[in-house]
Design a binder for this molecule. Structure first.
Ligand code: FEO
Length: 398
């Protein structure tokens, strides 16, 4: 059954949701599923913006045929060449041999790499400022390099004031029947997934997101049509304000996350004591995470939310406990900035993880690493209470 949905008089959604994929990009768990959005323009000329992931290929092709209603496809516009959106290009070109593919110069290079067998089709190469008219609608292209790949374009439709925003403003999460964000309780249904998607997929590219947000300020945007998640036609500021915050690496809250690694429960126990002490001293927003039991993508999302991050880590093979090291590496890879870090270390004979974590954190931009390192020997003891108090005082006062 086709799942085509009307957005405006001439714009239709022809995407689909996947609830079977375990991990997006084979990395990020998506128990909430994911949608792959594609948009069909039913104008004097027909056009489709992007295809879909191979996992929903049958649904996508059925939708496209339904939307066309027997008409031929004039344009396939490719805003993003990552396979979760471009996997069906060769199928579409084979089904509609007269179609003209519209994309950036670099997208055509990637197309040749992904689809070396499908190169004999009509092409129009576009860049920032170029336009494509389908009749009543004229789409202006906006370069959005590294949001999330270098070839990415956005397209702005001046008739419906709609921004087709590629990966930007997208989210993990399958659509539960509704296409529009205003059909959901965004805070409850999508905010966590949206933050986790942003931080892990686009988080590294805050500067580039800022650049494209500035370009967007010059447009009268009434709708946002991303490649994942719901379409926005109301209260766009809710999402735009989140993007402003996330892309400038500002925290959303003054909250504290306590992330610990623990082989046998002793560092875990210390983490609980730290969290309790922080609560006792008035920190109202404290969350505790076991670095071994929480997928790192959720921890990264929490780093984007919270202001202060407490890391408690055993010394392991003379170094950092590997799951904690992975978390630290991910923070560095995603250019985490503007946070306060507090470090605790555990070591039965030679605690070194504190210094090693401090060295890694010092390489992050604009972060404060508190000097007061909590050191425990095997376990937190009654004799460590003064040190614990000093440690949590420093966090509270930071
Ligand atoms: Fe949803 Fe960068 O692909």
């Amino acid at each position: 059954m086709n799942s085509v949905k009307k957005i405006t008089e001439k714009i239709y959604w022809i995407g689909g949701s996947d609830r079977r994929l375990q991990r997006f990009e084979n990395i990020f768990p998506i128990p909430e599923g994911v949608s792959y959005n594609s948009y069909f323009i039913d104008d004097e000329k027909t056009a489709v913006f992007d295809t879909a992931d191979v996992t929903i290929a049958d649904q996508y092709i059925e939708n496209l045929k339904e939307a066309l209603g027997g008409r031929k496809l004039d344009y396939l516009v490719v805003l993003h060449m990552e396979p979760d959106h471009c996997s069906q290009i060769d199928k579409v070109v084979a089904l509609f041999p007269d179609v003209t593919v519209v994309a950036s110069k670099q997208a055509f290079v990637f197309m040749g790499q992904f689809f070396p067998e499908s190169k004999d089709f009509k092409k129009i190469e576009v860049k920032e400022g170029d336009t494509l008219s389908t009749g009543e609608h004229t789409f202006s292209f906006v370069a959005a390099p590294m949001v999330h790949w270098p070839e990415v374009l956005f397209a702005y439709d001046d008739k419906d004031k709609a921004l087709l925003s590629a990966d930007a403003f997208g989210t993990f999460g399958a659509l539960d029947g509704g296409l529009f964000a205003d059909e959901y309780d965004f805070e409850k249904d999508f905010l966590e997934s949206s933050r986790r998607y942003y931080a892990n997929i686009v988080g590294k590219y805050g500067t580039q997101v800022q650049a494209v947000l500035k370009k967007a300020q010059g447009l009268d945007i009434q709708m946002i049509l991303p490649l994942h998640g719901p379409v926005w036609r109301k209260d766009l500021n809710v999402l735009l304000e989140k993007y402003q915050c996330w892309s400038t690496y500002e925290s959303e809250t003054d909250g504290v996350i306590v992330v610990y690694g623990s082989l046998y429960g002793h560092t875990a126990s210390a983490a609980e004591a730290v969290a309790a002490s922080l609560r006792d001293k008035g920190a109202g927003d404290v969350k505790v995470y076991d670095v071994s039991g929480t997928d790192v993508s959720y921890l990264i999302a929490e780093v984007w939310r919270a202001k202060k991050i407490v890391l408690l880590c055993p010394t392991y093979n003379g170094g950092i406990y590997p799951p904690m090291e992975n978390f630290l590496s991910d923070m560095a890879a995603l250019s985490v900035q503007n946070r306060v870090f507090a470090i605790g270390q555990n070591g039965t004979w030679a605690p070194t993880s504190g210094k090693l974590m401090g060295d890694k954190l010092a390489a992050l931009k604009n972060v404060t690493v508190l000097e007061n390192v909590l050191t425990i020997k095997s376990a937190l003891h009654a004799s460590d209470m003064d040190a614990l108090n000093n440690f949590t005082d420093a966090i509270i006062n930071a």
